[in-house]
Unconditional design. Structure first.
Lengths: 113, 112
């Protein structure tokens, strides 16, 4: 099976802009989770989607949002970008949820100038 | 409030030596404790995991030791190799569809 894919791999934006990141989970996986990874904070949970519904949400401002489509592909959106949003954004998929093994994609490196 | 505290931040070990990374947690409701390994340019990958009904789990050169009373768990890498050089994350979660909570990571360098 193909692994988790994320597009784009790299992105450069300026403050105030918005960005959309995409994640395609492993075939058959219905749960998609998103994480923000920064050198100082490690991996921080953003949200989890299952069957097109947000099932869990981390402690991030409302500028961070996501959605999941009927084919389990997911997107996350960050509006009004801030310098502090520069990070590696990781997507992970699993069959039913975080209790199953999560398989991570390679991430999207977002740089905000 | 950091729910999972990981130490050390970085670790340098000689080839053939033992690498030890420690994690401590506060929430006694956690019942699943995985370790992830991340190489540069890649996403984290599950390495080994343990549940609190056992005190130790071994897979090849990798061992998790779990101390429920102390709320601590650790990863031991025996006979460390340069190919083990990576960032390691411990994590924990409660039962059900709850998210993983990660430690801040340990960058391991194994030198020849």
């Amino acid at each position: 099976k193909a692994g988790v894919t994320q597009t784009p791999r790299y992105l450069i934006k300026t403050r105030g802009q918005q960005v959309t990141l995409s994640c395609s989970p492993i075939s058959g996986h219905r749960s998609v989770s998103w994480y923000q990874q920064t050198p100082g904070q490690g991996l921080q949970f953003l949200f989890e989607y299952f069957s097109e519904t947000q099932r869990n949400k981390g402690n991030f401002p409302g500028r961070f949002s996501g959605r999941q489509f009927s084919n389990s592909r997911s997107e996350m959106n960050v509006s009004t970008l801030e310098l502090g949003d520069s990070a590696l954004y990781l997507c992970a998929s699993s069959e039913q949820g975080p209790g199953d093994t999560q398989y991570f994609g390679p991430g999207t490196r977002l740089t905000v100038l | 409030q950091q729910q999972v505290k990981q130490s050390p931040q970085s670790l340098i070990v000689q080839k053939g030596g033992i690498s030890i990374i420690n994690c401590a947690y506060e929430n006694t409701a956690f019942d699943y404790f995985p370790w992830y390994q991340q190489f540069p340019g890649k996403g984290p990958a599950l390495l080994i995991a343990i549940r609190p009904d056992v005190s130790e789990k071994k897979e090849g050169r990798f061992t998790i030791s779990f101390n429920k009373s102390a709320k601590q768990f650790s990863l031991h890498i025996m006979d460390s190799q340069p190919g083990d050089s990576a960032t390691y994350f411990c994590a924990a979660k409660k039962s059900g569809n709850t998210p993983l909570v990660f430690g801040k990571g340990t960058r391991l360098s194994v030198i020849a």
